[in-house]
Design a protein around this ligand. Structure first.
Ligand SMILES: [Zn+2]
Length: 368
């Protein structure tokens, strides 16, 4: 993906999205340009600030993203403790995203856990803000320190309060959804929370046009789109309820034996442009076989010509294939398709390939 892993905390990688390359300089310049005004708002005279404006810009821009990261780890670490899988925390232009597996189970206990996970991020931000305000008042006479603490406190207060707005998928909206789902069920609860969120988004868009605030407009568009996607996910879950992965899958049009050299695989895939083809081991008469990975034409074409005869396709395949047992509920495929990749392999206990599921299979069941 277009992001870089900085480090991991309890197995959760902290990733930085490429849009951050724009975000840090952007915020740094905005802060630098407004430094005198910012200093006087903090009750600090510019003559008390030793660092030059641009250095302050960079420092506070990094402070902003450290604050966002702490907020996200607030969500993620609690999610981890309540038994959820956390894939990553990603920092990007519009803030942070915790990639947490949703259990998607509609029970009061689960709604409560969701509410606690959603509340923990803003709680971290607000506690940090409180500590930093105390430090600000202690740092009288130390211009630089006071300025730093004051703005980090402001940033954390803003992050905490903004995320508490009941605009799904912001944290406040998730808490609202959990409450509504607990009362009216997951489907109706989600739809109501999404509607409230989109009203907020419409308000943000009007306000962002009046105040020429580009970041707020992007956030509003994000809220609108993410809300629609979530409402749709509820529809899809409903359509798939009662079905198993085996009911939804399609048979792979072609499959490759893991021992076949890349050169030969390229020949047999020449007309399979973009198609994800399963690579299996131990197939009999073109049937069965344990899934080893997936390949597509472009993946094989990246292998240097000279090595294509020597490398077996099993080695060249992408081995990170999400799998699901054929008897498992089809709804669980959605999580895998969203978080793990465009194709999910349907297997039995021994790992034998039964079929594949992609977006098209889901579409077919919605249309049916
Ligand atoms: Zn949050």
């Amino acid at each position: 993906m277009e992001s870089l892993t900085l480090f991991t905390v309890r197995g959760i990688p902290l990733r930085v999205h490429f849009t951050m390359l724009l975000a840090v300089p952007y915020f740094a310049l905005v802060i630098a340009a407004q430094l005198p005004a910012l200093a006087s708002a903090a009750g600090v005279d510019t003559s008390q600030l030793w660092l030059p404006p641009l250095a302050w810009g960079v420092l506070l821009a990094f402070g902003l993203f450290v604050s966002v990261a702490l907020h996200e780890f607030g969500h993620s670490l609690v999610a981890l403790r309540s038994g959820r899988k956390v894939h990553s925390v990603t920092l990007m232009l519009l803030g942070g995203v915790s990639h947490i597996d949703q259990l998607g189970e509609d029970s009061p206990g689960e709604q409560k856990r969701e509410a606690v996970i959603s509340a923990m991020g803003p709680l971290v931000s607000l506690v940090l803000a409180l500590i930093l305000y105390v430090l600000t008042s202690l740092a009288r006479g130390h211009g630089d320190l006071r300025f730093l603490c004051f703005y980090l406190a402001q940033i954390n207060l803003m992050i905490g309060l903004f995320n508490l707005l009941p605009a799904f998928p912001l944290d406040g909206g998730r808490i609202l959804r959990a409450l509504l789902a607990w009362r009216f069920g997951f489907d109706r609860g989600t739809k109501a929370a999404v509607t409230v969120g989109q009203c907020f988004a419409a308000g943000f868009i009007m306000f962002s046009i009046m105040s020429m605030n580009l970041i707020l407009m992007l956030i509003a568009i994000f809220i609108f789109a993410a809300g629609s996607a979530e409402a749709r996910l509820v529809e899809v879950r409903k359509a798939l309820s009662g079905l198993t992965a085996g009911d939804v899958m399609h048979q792979a049009k072609r499959r490759l034996d893991a021992g076949v050299p890349v050169s030969q695989a390229l020949e047999s895939l020449s007309s399979a442009d973009g198609e994800q083809v399963p690579v299996v081991q131990g197939a009999m008469y073109g049937k069965g076989g344990r899934i080893v990975g997936l390949v597509d034409l472009s993946r094989l074409e990246r292998i240097p010509q000279k090595q294509r005869d020597a490398i077996p396709v099993g080695l060249a395949a992408n081995h990170d294939v999400p799998t699901i047992r054929s008897g498992e509920p089809a709804g669980q495929v959605l999580e895998l398709l969203v978080n793990r990749g465009p194709v999910v392999a349907v297997v039995d206990e021994e790992g034998t390939l039964h079929g594949l599921i992609d977006q098209q299979d889901i579409q077919n069941h919605l249309a049916a």
